[in-house]
Write a protein that binds this ligand. Structure first.
Ligand code: DX5
Ligand code: ZN
Length: 257
């Protein structure tokens, strides 16, 4: 992704006072602003025997981006996949790649995930109580930066950094495994973030998002919806994607956003 000087920046994205004079575009925000419903399939729920085919099906269903869960068996009690899979996904699609780093030492790997093709790199506040140096590292690579918080972490932990990144990822399950039940107690965090979010900041929700829960997330003010089993657990991705998108639109229209 290109970095542009503030005076050349895309008019649709105003930038939000990051450190230094460089301002990044935020392609996810641009897609959102263009009116797309931002449902991000989580590849963790894909059939890895046929990954390229899965990606084609998701793209055909209307996905504007893909969510990739990186787990290190340390920050979370599970391992998923790493750089070679991100590289393979990058070769299979031009969709925006939203990479969620559930790892204890993101600083050691950020550059290589970017080289592998990540467009967004999200780090956890629990491993980086002041994430600004990581955001700077991510921005230097040309990627957009995100910060994530687990269900027990208070929203206050991320509030000081909302001007310094492009994405905040609210975990609605304890990270580590797909297919868990949504925790409705995180909805007030989404509401609070919606009130405080500077223009251009995406608010993403991840974990247990499906046909039963996506509406509540939209109503609370989430602007991105990460869906694993709630989409890939169904045979017809296009139909399911349309149904989820309709629920988002229906609930977003109930609130003044
Ligand atoms: C959980 C991951 C999620 C996961 C969501 O640790 O961060 O992205 O894939 O899966 P579902 O939608 O099945 O809860
Ligand atoms: Zn995730």
């Amino acid at each position: 992704m290109d970095w542009v000087q503030p005076d050349q920046k895309d008019q649709t994205f105003q930038g939000r006072g990051r450190h230094g004079s460089m301002i990044a575009r935020s392609p996810l925000f641009e897609e959102y602003q263009a009116g797309h419903v931002m449902i991000g399939p989580s590849l963790l729920a894909a059939d890895f025997r046929y990954l390229a085919r899965e990606i084609e099906r998701l793209e055909a269903a209307g996905a504007r981006f893909l969510h990739l869960d990186i787990m290190d068996g340390h920050f979370v009690p599970n391992l998923s996949f790493g750089i070679p899979i991100v590289q393979a996904v990058r070769k299979a699609t031009r969709l925006i790649l939203d990479v969620h780093l559930m790892i204890s030492n993101p600083e050691a790997h950020i550059e290589r995930f970017r080289e592998a093709g990540a467009d967004y790199l999200t780090v956890h506040i629990e491993v980086a109580p002041d994430p600004r140096p990581l955001f700077e590292m991510i921005h230097r690579t040309g990627a957009c930066a995100g910060v994530s918080l687990n269900p027990p972490t208070p929203v206050e932990a991320v509030i000081p950094y909302l001007n310094d990144c492009e994405l905040v990822l609210v975990m609605s399950v304890m990270p580590g495994f797909g297919g868990q039940s949504f925790r409705p107690e995180v909805l007030p965090k989404i509401r609070r973030l919606r009130q405080l979010a500077p223009d251009g900041l995406m608010i993403s929700v991840d974990g247990g998002v499906n046909g039963q829960t996506i509406g509540q997330c939209a109503e609370a003010g989430a602007t991105m919806f990460i869906v694993g089993t709630g989409l890939l657990g169904h045979d017809n991705y296009s139909q399911r994607y349309r149904e989820l998108a309709a629920l988002v639109k229906d609930h977003q229209s109930k609130v003044a956003l």
